[in-house]
Ligand binder design. Sequence first.
Ligand SMILES: *Cc1c(COP(=O)(O)O)cnc(C)c1O
Length: 381
Amino acid sequence: MNRGAIAEIDLNAVSNNLRIVKKLSNNSPVIAVVKANAYGHGAVEISKRLLSGGVEYLAVAFTGEAKELRNAGITSPILVLFDADIDDVFRYNLIPVIYDRKKATLLSRESERNNRSVEVHIKIDTGMGRLGFAENAVKEIIEIANLKGITIGGIMSHFSEADLMDASFAKVQVNRFNFIKTELLNNGLNVHLFHMANSAAVMTLPESHFDAVRPGLMLYGYSPITSAMDSPTGYQVSDYYLPATGHLLQPVMTVKTKILSLRRLPSGTPISYGRTFITKRSSLIGVVSIGYADGFSRRFSNNAELLVAGRRVPVVGRVCMDLAMIDLTGIEHVDEGDDAVIIGRQGNEFIDAAELARRADTIPYEILTSLGNMAKKIYNN
Ligand SMILES: *Cc1c(COP(=O)(O)O)cnc(C)c1O
């Protein structure tokens, strides 16, 4: 999409973050989650970099996403977490995650018809309350394992608390997963790939690492456990520092736009829709090309800062569909066409997705997918 904003994607940061995942999980196989276009970063380029860094599997939400990866020449195993179209599973050689018997039966029938065999992973609901077999569904899963044309390649579950600020329920979930694992193995299931660890669990819950880890967010340089979510100052270095590895996660995405117009406006001038901001002095107002259609939420109206000339400057007035206004009064050496950074570094200043998430009462995941998916992307090797 060619609108105003540009997302610069730092592929070396991806490699750095993957090394941290490998270190924290003692080199367990990694199932890298690249759903929603790799959290807005561009699934094809991110996947290629992850695979060259030693990732064993990719995971997407829908077969359409897997199709895009296959069409780009990616041949690694791809897990489809949510909705796996049966024709696509065969055509693109995908691994569907099965969470009910109906799908298993359909797949088995189709396998037989095509004289093929399909690998599936089975999802257990240990407390997420979303998708999966109940933790006592041992008999049902064994029956699925015995269906013709189906091989169970893995058993998985998902945590309901992505940030694990309180790990007590996560530990209950791990116990439930261990229970069904033991039952399945005792009943003769021959599967040795149990996986449940999302980013937070990779970072803080080693007993959840099992045979493979399944991180998303941390590959993109953010911790789901970030204290910036609550801190009034936003970003702190400690948010990215993982003591167990001695390394920093590196945010992968920078989002920038340009100053379209600079205007000197007198005191008392209302700015943007609804006149929610009125200049209190003679002001230098910049108009930048990013709006809510670019994923820069209307919640940032009078409630965010951008970086211009290495300084933080406030968003003033309402964010529009394609544009927003910033107050540049007192900033020297600023010109039309200059960069305005929405997330990223400039000089000594840094704005991250966690800061924007806190301001919009959401999570970095939503900020990254919203901004990243709408921006034109540039990849730095
Ligand atoms: C999105 C997702 C993940 C990754 O979670 P992060 O918190 O981004 O690490 C793992 N597993 C499943 C099933 C998911 O949907």
